[in-house]
Ligand binder design. Structure first.
Ligand code: HEC
Length: 182
């Protein structure tokens, strides 16, 4: 009888030990690698809710208009960016044409209209004046604006940099030209 009780205790102890170890391991793995079965129900829904909310906010943000970019543009920054242009362009009044035409007063002037410069056929074929929008499009990627342009320049990618550059171009000519309305 005594012997049987001892055997029973041994078995019961072994079973309890196994349960405790098993529970401990699953708890531990749940904490360490977050794959424990009962953890899933808690671990997934919680980050999902704020994430989808945040994405919705980003999608609702409208692109900033050129008018707003110009209203917040910085002429001094534009003058710095213009250093990328000076190898080919002068911008002082009556300045010489270089690889590209002189750019004094280019805002609102006739596209491909500067005296004494020989433009590409593609730029010369474009009707109209250098509006804010036209300058913005041309300076984003000249070859998208006029495929055969002679201006070998990749473009200015950043919206805010382009707006500041355009504001600088405006300052070298008719600095009082009205800015576009919203
Ligand atoms: C590698 C030389 C080069 C660089 C650098 C360059 N341009 Fe030009 N640019 C030209 C040439 C050449 C033309 C004439 C394009 C044509 O005829 O197709 C031109 C034309 C232009 C025109 C049209 C002028 C008109 O009279 O219609 C504008 C505006 C202009 N460039 C602005 C810029 C600005 C701003 C930069 C600097 C961000 C710049 N360019 C950098 C060579 C250059």
């Amino acid at each position: 009888m005594k012997f049987d009780m001892f055997e029973f205790n041994k078995i019961a102890g072994a079973v309890l030990f196994t349960i405790l170890i098993g529970f401990g391991v699953s708890e531990l793995s749940g904490i360490l690698i977050n794959t424990g079965g009962h953890q899933d129900a808690v671990a997934y829904p919680v980050p999902d809710i704020p994430e989808s909310g945040a994405v919705a906010v980003v999608e609702d943000t409208p692109a900033v208009s050129l008018a707003t970019l110009l209203a917040n543009a910085d002429v001094a920054k534009g003058e710095k960016t213009f250093k990328k242009c000076t190898a080919c362009h002068s911008i002082n009044e009556g300045g010489a044409n270089k690889v590209g035409p002189n750019l004094f007063g280019v805002l609102d002037s006739d596209i491909a209209g500067h005296d004494g410069f020989s433009y590409s056929a593609d730029l010369a074929a474009i009707e109209g004046n250098w509006t804010y929008d036209a300058l913005d499009a041309f300076l984003t990627k000249p070859k998208d604006f006029a495929a055969g342009t002679k201006m070998s320049f990749a473009g200015i990618k950043k919206d805010t940099d382009r707006a500041s550059l355009i504001l600088y171009l405006r300052s070298q000519g008719d600095a009082e030209a009205p800015l576009p309305a919203e």
